[in-house]
Ligand binder design. Sequence first.
Ligand code: NAD
Ligand SMILES: O=C(O)CCC(=O)CC(=O)O
Length: 350
Amino acid sequence: MSGFVHEALPMRVVFGTGSLGRVVEEVEHLAMARVLVLVTPEQRGLAEQVAGLLGDRAAGIFDQARMHVPVATVDKAAEVVDAVGADGCVAVGGGSTIGLGKALALRHGLPVLAVPTTYAGSEMTPIWGLTEDGRKQTGRDRRVLPRSVVYDPELTLTLPPVVSGTSGLNAIAHAVEALYAPDGTPIIAAMAEQGVRDLAAALPVVVADPTDADARARALQGAWLCGACLGATTMGLHHKLCHVLGGMLDLPHAETHAIVLPHVAAYNLTAAPEADAVLRRALDTSDVPGALSELGARVGAPDALVALGVDHADLARVADEVLAAPYSNPRPPTRAELGAILEAAWRGPR
Ligand SMILES: NC(=O)c1ccc[n+]([C@@H]2O[C@H](COP(=O)([O-])OP(=O)(O)OC[C@H]3O[C@@H](n4cnc5c(N)ncnc54)[C@H](O)[C@@H]3O)[C@@H](O)[C@H]2O)c1
Ligand SMILES: O=C(O)CCC(=O)CC(=O)O
């Protein structure tokens, strides 16, 4: 075996059913005195529950978190941080809410306690994303890595089936790309294999029965592992394509990942046999792209960009932007190959 360098990120995790009740302990552990609770408008009720648990330590609630973290939203939240004198944030929700917490950490240096309620995996990464003027910019900064994560599977019982399925496929995409990343290690490969196995087993169950507590816990554990893979490695063509599609065309993030993943996997895995072997084991298949596509269908994910309203004429602009600043990839695509991937993802299997 050739040598490698593995650098683990610092991370404190509280995992288990009912662990939301330990959020006060975590805030105390992080020495936060006045926290702003971040949430989307749809999850306002949950933020009120958290603020109730925090009592005097809750400085307020900001309930305008939005997909892709628009800079205008960060500006508004930053005003609230200043107005209430917050010294930390509790981000309760999916990747959009945790992304807002990260943006505030980047701007104000505020520590973030994350309470994830989807499977996107953002809580495990030092990656921030911001969108302005139709462009999504991402970067890495250790200051945005949440200081503590409270995983409570009970909070995911309300997650609608399609968000469960697509956010889980988003997490699987992190593991797939970590497996052929230039900075992947055998440790990451082991985490990716188990993360994909957990999510692939649990997602169809939670979609069929959203109240299945064991499947919810397994899916959340898979999301943790896959998110950690994203946090530790450099992503490739799949993430680049999804960032450009999401930023330029304002597409729903997780659905875009679910649609694009089988197509990029089919293209890349021919040049990444070790990653392919790991994924074959994790998915118990000899056809990884086919199994990813089938998993998408089983969890009710959309399977074509046209179904998200993408105009065919926009594909060329997307390809240009992807090639203008490509991510590292096991098989660097030509313009024609990228066009073919986008065309297939746009049309879908039908
Ligand atoms: N920086 C990173 O490492 C990273 C990783 C993955 C995703 N992301 C980002 O995360 C965002 C997508 O996150 P997402 O897929 O988690 O979706 P999301 O956070 O946008 O949530 C989707 C919807 O589901 C609702 N929701 C969330 N949890 C719920 C629950 N338990 N019950 C009921 N409703 C619930 C939300 O209110 C929202 O309306 C994108 O902006 C993406 O760029 C970032
Ligand atoms: O989109 C972001 O916020 C950056 C995170 C990332 O690369 C993960 C993803 O695209 O799912």
